[in-house]
Design a protein around this ligand. Sequence first.
Ligand code: CO
Length: 214
Amino acid sequence: MHDVNQLFASNQAWAARMIAEDPAFFQRLVEQQAPAYLWIGCSDSRVPATQLVDLPPGEMFVHRNVANLVVHSDLNCLAVLQYAVEVLRVQHIIVCGHYGCGGVDAAFHNRAFGLIDNWLRHVQDVRNKHTQLLATCTDDTHRLNTLCKLNVIEQAVNVCRTTIVQSAWQREQPLAVHGVIYGLKDGILRDAAITVTGANELDTQVAHAVAQVK
Ligand code: CO
């Protein structure tokens, strides 16, 4: 069994390292946080949000859940989104999916794990919406990777359709919503070909992104 005390020891070493590099680092963060980015990603331990884009504390507001879903009635996600957009005034919202996502895989294969099956129904909605496109994939790995990408696009669309983002665009607050996908195999973050900076761009951006999925 892993020892939690090891985490305290690692933390002390990390804090000491940060102070050695920049003595005022933590003091500055106490005074304010002004991140430019909101990250909505998967809870998967292999996709550590700030670490994979090499950002220090204070630079990115983060929300993670299984399969990086944005559900219109999820108060947790909506609260993060509202605070990020209206109070922190982030300029970019990044929805990050990843290849090899266990949540997407379970949803695709109708695997039963218990309560979480209900959450993953939202991924099945994405699968069911794009059955034709998925049917043209050459094999199972290709189909799963395609569903991971489609899921990123659909969740980015969900972000765009929230009242929070719609209102921000209405008052001309600069705000871009992006879809990206991370490769577990190579550690590389790739553009999912969707970037939306206003309500009127949504339909064309989605069509463009879906067309590039294959
Ligand atoms: Co995942």
